[in-house]
Design a protein around this ligand. Structure first.
Ligand code: 26W
Length: 816
């Protein structure tokens, strides 16, 4: 039964409705009868933004009065997704907005869905940044995100003939109702030029950076509401603007001349997000983007700081900078430049302040993802920064020599500069020595940083290295994505779970209540039907919602092993054909993008699609097995898949996935996990109970041992007839008339050493899959285990993670 709105509610509803009509008319120039869904979306968004803006100014003033330390979370990526529903929930306007739109004869769901995702990120690292700014606001931390306002976000993926085709993501940032442009706060960022070696009046060495060209950075604020607490922080996105198209009169005369004479095609800098989440081929534009972000952010940092104090010694009391991977590591160098060159701070003092301000989060162990920038490129783009890096390095090498005088080899291996084959700056080393804390994103990962990635750095400065296991925001990933589960939790554990996820443990005591389990099963079924409809709409495939939904949703990468999953599907398909079939029906759902230049990942997508085509059209297996590849994976699609999943695939080669975060989102929504002992899987398994986690495969240690010893994947291939039969099908023409099409995959596995151990883990994976499918046929006990899984997931809220950063890295005073 619907509640009748109170008089006060009625007042709010009519106020909101009038505000929508006002925005339609005066901001968008349309009337309700002529407005499109997107107009109505914009109008409502503008109304919500107004309510956020009031809270934003109050929050800033309150934080300023309390002299709170400010946290600057610098990240090249923020994978926000849609914002309307999230902002309505956090501002407490959800129900009012629904009724107000209804009263205007407008379907709320249609409006919400018409919003384009803001896809300013590739995957895990970018989405984590988005969860973190949500948690900082919810915890009333004075923390802002700082990123780039890319004109084009992550490409859209289309599947044509089974292959990925990339289309530009023109998300019309210029018209996003969420972004507030601040032309008046535009900043000048120097680039290129040369160093002139001069002395100051006291005779001190005082190099001058001269003849630089300029970029103009324009900040845009995206307001970030905390949950139900009136705190509103901001995500500041900078766009680069060409100096000739800019209102240059706002700058003083000297800057004006520089701007006009030395303009560069600067708007290119914020044109597009680099679509690779692991390797970048030393692109000049990317280094420019990284510097641009850092330089803009530090101007804001210094501006905010001087509002609080004129004493630079107090910098670490009022400022913390968190580096989201090494991409913004130049912040260390830029801060040194500002302190030493602009404020004539003594080098040693500047270095101490810089280290106390900065902290670095590592997100990957993959060697190819560790950033190294050519010295030549530095010399060209940032000559003064290169000098500063050399000076940091000179002092650091002296320190190493004092520490281990007998180990001359360390001077080369720990140097910030790699000498061969080409001189390069090792950004991870710079980030480590310029920070007071270095953290990994799951326990195993943080251990591997110390033992494998940078053991010498760990031995030199063990106190720096810590762990902060990732988390995800329950506001988006439960409350918004899964409203029915959210209502279920409100009812059974109380509404406070939204900001205190540990309350989920209360569910444990309900595990024997049949009607509670039945309720949970109904919720899952509802979500599965909804997803089935999306699948049918997108692909015309009919899905049985009773089947087990087995989901692997993440970037496509060899180390994440979507290939292992599809090999299992092939194996199952062949078995069904041989009458040794499945136990109960299942659907394998894949979704994810491959980097446009990553040929093997793209071929894996094609294989999945070809297997889907074959299996889905084979009447012999039809009732038992379906394969779906959902195109254009993004945050809003994830919100539809995750609540519908029964089984979560977290099957990376042990020791390769830093943490994973879809593992958390899926488990929170009641999926059981099949996974390796990798990343945060290990902690999830301990939290949800080993009986609710299908573990398989070699451990990180075993993998390392095998790698060290050397092995033959060819022997592995020969040793198991089922495996051989499965792998042979890749080149037998079963899945594509062109037998050679998938031979690169075949050869990678069989003749090129199978770097990610698909073959070695295959048998163990199939057993775990078999067990999961068998267990699934006992519906009641499956849902009971889903309940227990949810109840164990309390510690994977990003609120817990942010509290950890705040206490161990930023200093506890943030909660003041
Ligand atoms: C050089 C370009 C580049 C871009 C992005 C290199 C590396 C990256 C990231 C490190 C890739 C990434 O997203 N890493 C993921 O971070 C998540 C959040 O911590 C983790 O959960 C994932 O395990 C990790 O792969």
């Amino acid at each position: 039964m619907k509640n009748t709105p109170s008089t006060q509610d009625k007042g709010q509803i009519s106020k909101l409705r009038n505000s929508i009509l006002y925005e339609l008319k005066y901001s968008l120039g349309v009337t309700l009868s002529t407005a499109s869904s997107s107009d109505i979306f914009s109008a409502l968004a503008l109304v919500v933004r107004r309510s956020q803006t009031d809270d934003y100014f109050l929050t800033r003033e309150r934080h300023h009065q309390a002299r709170k330390k400010r946290i600057y979370y610098i990240s090249m990526e923020f994978l926000i997704g849609q914002s309307l529903r999230n902002n309505l929930i956090n501002q407490g306007l959800m129900e009012t907005a629904k009724v107000a739109l209804e009263s205007l004869g407008v379907d709320f769901e249609v409006i919400v869905k018409s919003e384009e995702d803001a896809a300013l990120g590739n995957g895990g690292l970018g989405r984590l940044a988005a969860c973190f700014i949500d948690s900082m606001a919810t915890l009333d931390i004075a923390g802002s995100g700082h990123g780039i306002k890319y004109e084009y976000g992550l490409f859209h993926q289309q599947i044509q003939d089974g292959q990925q085709v990339e289309k530009p993501d023109d998300w019309h940032s210029a018209h996003s109702p969420w972004l507030i442009e601040h032309q008046s706060q535009a900043m000048i960022i120097p680039l290129y030029g040369r160093i002139v070696e001069v002395e100051d009046q006291q005779g001190n060495y005082n190099p001058m950076w001269m003849d630089w060209k300029i970029i103009i950075g324009v900040p845009h604020d995206y307001l970030v509401s905390g949950y139900n607490n009136h705190t509103v922080n901001s995500l500041r996105l900078y766009s680069a603007c060409a100096s000739d198209s800019f209102d240059i009169h706002i700058f003083n005369h000297g800057d004006y001349l520089n701007a006009v004479n030395q303009k560069i095609a600067s708007e290119n800098i914020s044109k597009v997000l680099y679509p690779s989440d692991e390797v970048l081929a030393g692109k000049e534009l990317r280094l420019t983007q990284e510097y641009f972000l850092v330089a803009c952010t530090l101007r804001d940092v210094m501006h905010d700081f001087f509002l609080l104090s004129n004493d630079l010694n107090q910098l670490p009391e009022f400022v913390a900078i968190q580096l989201n991977d090494t991409h913004p590591a130049l912040a260390i160098v830029e801060l040194m430049r500002i302190l030493v060159d602009e404020h004539t701070v003594d080098w040693d003092i500047a270095w101490d302040l810089t280290q106390r301000v900065c902290a670095y989060t590592n997100h990957t162990l993959m060697p190819e993802a560790l950033e190294k920038w050519s010295v030549k490129l530095f010399e060209l783009l940032l000559p003064r920064h290169l000098q500063i890096i050399y000076e940091i390095n000179r002092r650091f090498l002296l320190e190493i020599h004092r520490w281990r005088p007998e180990r001359a080899d360390l001077l080369a291996s720990m140097s910030l500069i790699e000498e061969t084959p080409e001189k390069k700056v090792r950004m991870a080393y710079l980030a480590i020595i310029g920070s007071h804390k270095v953290n990994g994103v799951a326990k195993l990962h943080s251990e591997l940083i110390k033992s494998n990635l940078v053991p010498d750095f760990y031995h030199l400065m063990p106190e720096k290295f810590t762990n902060q296991t990732n988390g995800v925001t329950p506001r988006r990933w439960i409350q918004q994505a899964n409203p029915r589960l959210s209502a279920f939790l409100d009812c059974h554990v109380g509404q406070e779970w939204v900001t205190d996820l540990t309350l989920l443990t209360k569910l444990k005591s309900l595990a024997n209540e049949r009607d509670v389990i039945a309720e949970l099963a109904e919720i899952k079924k509802f979500n599965k039907i909804k997803l089935s409809q999306i699948i049918t709409r997108q692909q015309g495939i009919i899905i049985n919602p009773e089947a087990m939904f087995d989901c692997q949703i993440k970037r496509i990468h060899e180390y994440k092993r979507q290939l292992l999953n599809i090999l299992y599907v092939i194996n199952l398909y062949l078995k069904i054909l041989n009458g040794r079939g499945a136990v109960s029906p299942k659907v394998h759902i894949f979704s994810g993008k491959a980097a446009p230049g990553y040929a093997m990942a793209k071929l894996i997508i094609q294989l999945i699609n070809q297997v889907a085509l074959k299996v889905n059209n084979d009447p012999r297996v039809n009732e038992q097995l379906k394969v779906v590849f959902l195109e254009d994976y993004k945050v809003s699609l994830a919100e539809n898949i995750i609540p519908a999943a029964d089984l979560s695939e977290q099957i990376s080669t042990a020791g390769t996935e830093a943490s994973g975060t879809s593992n958390m989102k899926l488990a929170m929504n009641g999926a059981l996990t099949i996974g390796t002992l990798d990343g945060a899987n290990i902690e999830i398994r301990d939290a949800v109970g080993h009986e609710n986690f299908y573990v398989f495969g070699l451990s990180a240690e075993q993998i390392a041992e095998k790698r060290a010893k050397g092995r033959s994947s060819y022997d592995e291939y020969l040793s198991n007839t089922e495996l051989k039969e499965t792998v042979d099908s890749l080149i037998s023409g079963v899945f594509h008339a062109d037998k050679a099409l998938f031979s690169p995959i075949f050869h990678m596995l069989v003749s090129h050493g199978d770097h990610y151990f698909h073959l070695a883990d295959f048998d163990s994976y199939c057993h775990a899959q078999y067990q999961a499918l068998t267990d699934y046929s006992d519906t009641y006990s499956w849902h009971k285990r889903a309940l227990n899984t949810i109840s164990g997931m309390g510690e994977f809220s990003s609120d817990r993670t942010i509290r950890g950063y705040s206490k161990d890295i930023w200093g506890e005073d943030n909660f003041k």
